[in-house]
Design a protein around this ligand. Sequence first.
Ligand code: NG6
Ligand code: CA
Length: 511
Amino acid sequence: MKMRSLLPLVVLSFFVHAEAETTKPNVIVIMADDMGYGDLSCYGANQFETPNIDQLAAEGQRFTNGYCSASTCTPTRYSFLTGTYAFREKGTGIAPPSSPLIIPHETHTIADMFQSVGYQTAVVGKWHLGLGGEEGPQWNADLKPGPLEIGFDYSFLLPTTNDRVPQVYVENHRVLNLDPADPLWVGMKKPDDDHPTGITHRDTLKMDWTHGHNATIHNGISRIGFYTGGHAARFRDEDLADKWVEQSNAWIEKNKDEPFFLFFASHDLHVPRIPHERFQGATPLGFRADSIVQLDWCVGELMKTLDRLEIADDTLVIFCSDNGPVMDDGYADEALEKLKDHRAAGPFTGGKYSVYEGGTRTPFITRWKGTIKPGVSDEVVSTIDIYGSLAALTEAEIPKDAALDTFDVSGAMFGKAGAKGRSEFVQQDNGGKGNFGFRSGDWKLVRHDKKKARNTVVEQKLDNVAVPQFQLFDLKLDPGEETDVLESNLEVAGKMKARLAEIIKAGRTRP
Ligand code: NG6
Ligand code: CA
């Protein structure tokens, strides 16, 4: 292992190799999109294989109580990068195509934290946190503020999510390969009466839409929002995964001698699920599972690079997801029809958009060869605690007014015997205004202020079912949240309601 710490070397006695070694490992966070707890073979999927991610799990810690903080993309990514619960900030719900950057540029992010202790930092893949100032993204000029203004040295992005326009890459401040003679226009209104859409040209689509997603057509797929121009810059959906791997590998290679932090933000398995042709049909479950296999391939390629550069022992890899699973998220890709016995949320209730466990209890794996002891952990860890845990490991200081809800659970995250994860944790849905899950020990309080819950049964496409405002579950006895035990545990429920309200009101939980 190379020695490259700037600080005096610290001996972390719980690690497998107790000799003095760097506490500044490279860090790669691989975030899957819309992947549920049961979507990997190491988490029980048995209709297809994910050998590369399974290998990560076998060589590291696989968590059975790993979470993302929200059940949609933007708030989970917001809280992962800022260390603050997204429900505290307005405008942190699913970002529209022309959203300005939703993280104020003065915010101290996880990327700033890494920079402060000498890391090179990059984000490659789906962003979906907006670009530009109040006036929104300036697609034909500098797209800033963006990742470069909040702590990243390099970015190579899909600016929104691929069911939203536009289908172009953004490298640092610029749309890649944009021809100034063919400017890119993006908007939410049809630019002219003849503009072909998923409604007017539905019979030309290579994948039909089921709800929303019927505006501008690109690559035979209609999307949310409208755009014109920028033709030379447009990509094919089929090529996204290859591009993320190519860009990431090149960046890792270039930065292999520095400590580096890479946020690998995969678009798989978000809709439209259009894996590369070589993965189409890789599973009997259709494009949803084919996209999982594609992501597994990406992970394998990144790990090969670490091996080739002989930096696998110097690199902490964290695999996680941004929210739980969904079947029909707007396109007719047969995810539901071909599901068979596959349980995308594993044993849990709910999926994407839900504050039941299936919305946020997701795969979570940490591997750091030679340092993290392989095993399975039942400790509670979350994407929001990557910030606090890595700050502790690298001895970075977090400013008092930043990262208001992140905790140092590095002991648990890196598999230290006896180390505890979180004792309490708030889960939110998209808006985080009135729907919460609140876990305290093995108790789970569920709050739906409007008494409506979404995507409660992923496999049946049930939307908006009526639920009581409060429910209480004992996750130890009832991980599937099937039996509401609130009436027989009024005291516990009362305390948890009050504590949840206090957490929301206090504005922070980090001391
Ligand atoms: C919803 C979209 C859904 C998906 C989601 C964001 C409709 C009807 N539904 O509004 O398809 O894009 O937003 O997903 O438009 S996320 O994983 O990026 O949060
Ligand atoms: Ca997502």
